[in-house]
Write a protein that binds this ligand. Structure first.
Ligand code: DX5
Ligand code: ZN
Length: 234
């Protein structure tokens, strides 16, 4: 297993990163999907875990991730859209996740859980819904490795990007400095990625804009190119 430091330095070296969201994959053929993602040079796989309680949809959990893990050497990032995430951390560690992202809105106090994630040697992520913004997350800046900005209401793939979250990304970057990895999730595609990159985003979760395309490799390369161009123009 890679250490937190190794994971962080690797992610920084390959940024901007396109992280395919498996919510949009063909669950009937996971083996083939991972072959295609591997061939596309996927560095991070984004795993949307939903409990039908914190969000109005149900997806998959550790049992499925454990099987996915056998098909991929990429960094597995579990985006836990579940209530009481602290209760389940060890399950996600056991099945080979290397980053765990919890929602600020799902817990009364994220500090203990963020620390518990890091103590297990994983990257600790904190996610916020579009309306939450940066301010409530700011006190945890030293306690997280990854800040995930939701750019749709969590729960479903294929929704429209909410442009108001650009200011959350910008504020987080200004306030946290270069050290924090910032990620955006929801409605990311050719027409939205550049604005997020300019605002300071490193990691771009992409569901529809990868899995609805005929060639994952071409789709991911094009998204990455647009992010790099936008960043270079700042
Ligand atoms: C939404 C999930 C996203 C979503 C992304 O709750 O967190 O990861 O699947 O899918 P697209 O890119 O289609 O919005
Ligand atoms: Zn997600």
């Amino acid at each position: 297993m890679r250490s937190r430091e190794q994971l962080l330095s690797h992610l920084r070296s390959v940024s901007p990163v396109i992280a395919p969201s498996m919510l949009k994959c063909d669950f009937g053929n996971l083996h083939r999907e991972f072959e295609r993602l591997g061939a596309a040079g996927t560095e991070v796989v984004h795993l949307d875990v939903m409990d039908g309680h914190f969000v109005p949809n149900l997806s998959y959990g550790p049992m499925v991730i454990e099987r996915m893990r056998q098909h991929s050497g990429a960094i597995f990032d579990a985006h836990l859209m579940i209530s009481d995430p602290g209760r389940y951390l060890d399950e996600y560690v056991r099945v080979g996740c290397e980053a765990i992202t919890i929602h600020l809105e799902a817990v009364p106090e994220p500090l203990g859980i963020l620390r518990a994630i890091r103590e297990r040697g994983l990257l600790a992520g904190l996610a916020v819904n579009p309306a939450t913004g940066w301010a409530p997350a700011a006190p945890f800046v030293g306690e997280m490795d990854l800040f995930l900005v939701m750019s749709v209401q969590p729960g479903f793939g294929g929704q429209k990007f909410i442009p108001g979250v650009i200011s959350t990304i910008r504020e987080a970057r200004l306030s946290a400095g270069a050290g924090l990895l910032i990620s955006v999730d929801g409605g990311i595609g050719k027409s939205t990625i550049a604005d997020c990159a300019r605002a300071g985003c490193d990691l771009f979760v992409a569901g529809s804009s990868v899995f609805d395309e005929p060639c994952y490799s071409a789709a991911m390369a094009e998204l990455r190119r647009l992010a790099m161009e936008a960043r270079a123009a700042v």
